[in-house]
Design a protein around this ligand. Structure first.
Ligand code: PAF
Length: 285
């Protein structure tokens, strides 16, 4: 596995791979790998001739007062884990390599960036789109793999690819969960023992939504009301940013299920202590 820090170097490598007829897969990450990341690498490895994993904690997607400085990092361990998965290249640029002095260009998928997580984190998706487009331009992959845990991010990236006529395929990969249902996230590391135990409530609430809808409930405002009440009763849940039902493709809010709907997205963001966690589930209707 090659570890590459400079844009010119990774570009040279992937240009050669493409000339040799190899399919290049990209997994973009901020490092501190868990099984969710590794599942993306496995999928890329299975479907592509060569796999590039980027590790870059992107300052542009963190707002003032957010966890950029304390975001967990362990580059050595990440490299070992990626190598074990058979990854071919790690691309880990510095912040200065990605954002040269005087940097001034940003990309925004307008409406989708302002709802759900975008409300609580203004500018977040602008930072995500900017870095992801840069990585696409630098690595020039045929396929790029993203986890469905960040469902809104996935929809936004797909829209950016479509709107800007980018020539690559975006692949969404299923959420990987702990035994008690908590979705894997690098930020789970911030949770205290008690918070960790209680964090599984997010997945449980999504399950309850699935059960209520499965049982015939069509009024999603009612479902939402029950769930918000349950979350508010848990003393470890400091704040619920949202618990929404949305169209899986457009992220439009759904308040009542109509006959033609065959699936909906249930998605939530909530603060467990001082840690903001997100989770979601696609519910078949
Ligand atoms: O999902 C993430 O880890 C990040 O948002 C991404 C896609 C690597 C961009 O920095």
């Amino acid at each position: 596995m090659k570890i590459i820090k400079r844009v010119v170097d990774i570009r040279k490598e992937t240009e050669t791979l493409r000339k040799d007829g190899k399919i290049v897969g990209l997994v973009s990450t901020m490092g501190y790998f868990h099984d969710g990341h590794l599942s993306l690498m496995r999928r890329a490895k299975k479907e592509c001739g060569k796999t590039v994993v980027s590790i870059f904690v992107n300052p542009a997607q963190f707002g003032p007062g957010e966890d950029l400085k304390k975001y967990p990092r362990n580059f050595r361990r990440d490299c070992k884990l990626a190598e074990k998965e058979g990854v071919d290249y790690i691309f880990s640029p510095s912040a200065e390599e990605m954002y040269k002095p005087g940097y001034g260009t940003f990309v925004e998928v307008e409406t989708l960036s302002k709802i759900m997580c975008g409300r609580a984190r203004p500018g977040h998706f602008r930072g995500v789109c900017t870095v992801v487009l840069k990585l696409f331009n630098i690595v020039n992959p045929h396929r790029a793999y993203f986890g469905e845990k960040d469902y809104q991010q996935l929809v936004i990236i797909k829209k950016m690819v479509k709107d800007l006529n980018l020539n690559l395929e975006i692949k969404g990969c299923p959420i990987i969960r702990e035994k008690d249902g908590l979705a894997l996230s690098s930020r789970n590391k911030y949770l205290s023992g008690e918070e960790r135990e209680n964090a599984a409530i997010l997945n449980k609430c999504l399950e309850t939504a699935r059960e209520m809808i499965g049982g015939g409930e069509r009024n999603l405002e009612k479902v939402k009301g029950c769930i918000l009440e349950r979350l508010r009763k848990n003393r470890f849940i400091k704040k619920v940013d949202y618990f929404d039902f949305r169209n899986t493709a457009t992220l439009e809010e759904i308040k009542k299920i109509k006959k033609e709907q065959d699936k909906i997205l249930a998605a939530t963001a909530a603060w467990v202590g001082n840690t903001r966690l997100i989770d979601n589930k696609i519910i078949k209707v």
